[in-house]
Ligand binder design. Structure first.
Ligand code: ADP
Ligand code: MG
Length: 680
């Protein structure tokens, strides 16, 4: 057996199961080895049946004394009942759907069961326990790994496969330089892998786990350092004069808020200094980040430089185009839009004008980082809603110019620990004030069966001429997920809101369709917009003052906060209803946080306490690769170490050309996938 063999070389893995594994990113035996348990069950002791206590989980072993199964091949869903053990020391094992397993058990056979003990009319029972023949490969008397669920492959199967892999543990090689291993007193990778799957005891498991966490975080940091080493523009920057700032600010229809002014002061210093700017602007939804970008781009144009702003969706790029056109109508400045859905001829025209320098300001989506986009003299690059992009995309954008000033904007209130990892190369400005006259959005948690009351409330607002958003977690109905789909809601609401115009928007629509619908909504012709999270970022329709979020338990708090930011954009009081289908303690606590605060930074902090960062900032939210064993906040101390080591490595060997880093490169490549260009 070789660690690089395909999983399909294992007995029992046919093409169908190989495909399932592949869907979970498991292709080789090594991948399977690195598929770690999510928890363990202590099955070191077999509990005598006489000592079982109702309500707890046990491992029991015993002889089947009798078996009752009344179903035949044709009748389905007949329960199977087994009596295991003798006399008073017996227990009934019940499987409600016995058809497929009735033949597995033989009277007088010895079996092992693991499950929770319950009681029925004085008789001890186990319902649907895990089971196997005594002495079978799956009969692990020890600490038993429980793996993350894989649809179509049982825990027992995974365990048996993992047991087979014990043969190749010795092929798991050390990959770190000796001094790093010694200095950090790391266990060997082989030890780590063995003890994460089948630990002898808790101490071994923790030693192994520490090594794996260390490996994962070091790989992450090395990848980030590698990406960023090309990103920070340490050299002399493009000089942008700030002389005309007063003119632009004076012409605005409003006064800048205190927070905006602070951000501007930071930027002004950056621009005045000889070095290029590298700045992150962090500000809640609606705090007015766009105008700061506009001001910068205005100054670039006045100084004779081009600038570009990249947004995560076409919808948002179009909206920027409109607001830029309005803000720049007084000035002789050329603005253009570049999106992938545009016609080839149109694109070609824009590309030419960019290269000749005719276009001053470019607004676009990912299209602007394509290799064919070339600028004449790029002075500043801006990424909007940075949390929707990967680090590598930001870096690619900044490489479009020669030491351009770099600004990234995000509404995700990232806790400091994470900000340092993600944006360690950037200076940070926060906008913590909202434009005047904004009222906090009144937020209510509504149980699913009371949602009609929320609808009645919405109707009243509609009658007053306001508009509403209704957000669903899914586009289409799904058999597997019990949640409202936008399509289903749309049907329901067209009926409920008869007399009003209801429309549906979701990510599967073509860009032009989406834009059309958004335009119609913005013009006020549509009253109720049913949507998925496509409206998450940047949409600005001040007349829309109510939002209903269906299945709020399915959204992250940070995400919900951003969604909610679509309302409360005008001077009218705005409202948000969170429809909660899950009344678990955590779900209710989370909703309560949303109801009690409108400050993104507060919400992020509370969410962090409740759930940990992995869940708040899913990969989609921060653009980092997925972590399997480590937790960026809980393991912050390891992360610090990893960061220092990674920095030293990259400082010493920026391209990782030294042969001793071959394995590190391989790991980085695997972790970052297409997100990284790294010569192997
Ligand atoms: P975000 O930070 O979420 O990108 P926007 O830049 O889209 O926020 O701003 C939201 C709205 O607030 C826009 O309509 C914008 O014109 C308006 N706005 C921005 N700054 C101010 C201000 N200082 N006073 C009043 N309105 C403002
Ligand atoms: Mg914005």
């Amino acid at each position: 057996m070789n660690i690089l063999d395909s999983v399909s070389t294992l007995k029992g893995i046919g093409s169908k199961k190989a495909k399932i594994f592949s869907d979970y990113g498991i292709n080789t035996l090594e991948d399977l080895l690195y598929f770690f348990p999510r928890k363990y069950e202590d099955r070191r002791q077999v509990c005598p049946i006489s000592e079982l206590v109702t309500g707890k989980e046990y491992l029991i072993s015993g002889k089947v004394i009798s078996k009752r199964y009344s179903g035949g091949a044709r009748r389905r869903n007949s329960p199977l009942s087994l009596i295991v053990g003798e006399g008073k020391d017996s227990i009934e094992i019940v499987f409600f759907n016995g058809k497929y397993i009735a033949n597995f058990f033989n009277v007088n056979g010895e079996y092992v069961f693991y499950g929770k003990v319950s009681e029925n009319l004085d008789r001890k029972q186990m319902l649907h326990p895990e089971f196997y023949k005594a002495g079978d490969a799956a009969d692990i008397r020890g600490i038993v790994p429980v793996y993350p669920g894989i649809k179509g492959i049982s825990q027992n199967e995974i365990r048996k496969l993992q047991l087979r892999l014990t043969e190749i543990y010795d092929q798991v090689e050390e990959w770190l330089p000796e001094e790093v291993v010694d200095e950090n007193r790391l266990a060997s990778p082989a030890f780590a892998v063995k003890n994460i799957h089948f630990p002898a005891d808790g101490k071994h498991m923790l030693q192994g786990k520490y090594r794996l966490i260390f490996d994962e975080l070091l790989t992450l940091e090395a990848g980030l350092c590698y990406l960023k080493s090309g990103a920070r523009n340490e050299g002399e920057g493009v000089a942008i004069s700030t002389d005309d700032a007063g003119e632009f600010i004076g012409n605005l229809p409003f006064r800048l808020t205190e927070g905006q002014l602070h951000a501007w002061q930071d930027i002004e210093k950056d621009l005045a200094s000889e070095k290029a700017m590298n700045r992150l602007i962090q500000g809640d939804v609606g705090s007015g980040k766009t105008v700061i970008a506009q001001l910068c781009m205005f100054l670039c144009a006045r100084s004779g430089y081009q600038s570009v702003i990249m947004a995560p969706t076409e919808l948002l790029a179009n909206q920027h185009l409109n607001s830029f056109k309005e803000a720049f109508c007084k000035y002789d400045i050329n603005i253009a839009l570049l999106c992938s859905s545009m016609k080839a001829a149109e694109k070609r025209d824009i590309l030419e004008k960019l290269e000749s320098g005719e276009i001053d300001i470019l607004i676009g989506t990912h299209a602007v980082i394509q290799p064919n986009v070339k600028f004449k003299n790029l002075g500043m690059v801006i990424t909007d809603e940075q949390h929707r992009f990967g680090v590598n995309q930001r870096v690619t954008l900044s490489q479009k110019g020669k030491n351009p000033n770099v600004m990234v904007m995000t509404a995700t209130p990232i806790p400091r620990t994470l900000a340092v990892i993600l944006y360690g190369d950037l200076d940070i400005s926060q906008i913590r004030t909202m434009p005047e006259g904004r009222k906090p959005i009144k937020t209510y948690v509504v149980k699913a069966d009371a949602r009609n009351r929320a609808y009645d409330f919405v109707k009243e607002r509609l009658r007053e001429g306001r508009q509403a958003y209704v957000v669903a977690p899914l586009i289409e109905e799904s058999e597997n997920i019990d949640a409202k789909s936008a399509e289903e809601l749309y049907k329901e609401l067209t009926d409920k809101f008869r007399g009003f115009k209801v429309a549906l928007i979701h990510g599967n629509l073509k860009a032009a369709e989406k834009d059309g619908i958004m335009d119609t909504f913005a013009s006020g012709e549509i009253d109720v917009l049913v949507s998925t999270v496509v409206i998450e970022v940047g949409i600005n329709v001040p007349n829309s003052t109510v939002m209903i979020i269906e299945n709020c338990e399915r959204f992250g708090l940070a995400q919900m906060h951003q969604l909610r930011g679509r309302v409360g954009r005008g001077s009218e009081q705005s409202y948000c209803f969170l429809i909660c289908h899950n009344e678990s303690k955590v779900a209710l606590e989370r909703s309560a946080i949303m109801a009690s605060s409108c400050d993104g930074f507060d919400i992020a902090e509370e969410d962090l306490k409740l759930r940990g960062p992995g869940e708040i900032f899913g990969t989609r939210q921060h653009g980092l690769p997925e972590m399997h064993v480590s937790d960026l906040v809980r393991h912050a101390d390891v992360l610090e170490k990893a960061k220092d080591i990674a920095k030293n490595i990259i400082d010493e060997d920026p391209q990782l050309t030294d042969p001793k880093y071959v394995k590190l490169k391989g790991r980085i490549k695997k972790m970052f996938g297409d997100g990284i260009r790294l010569e192997l």
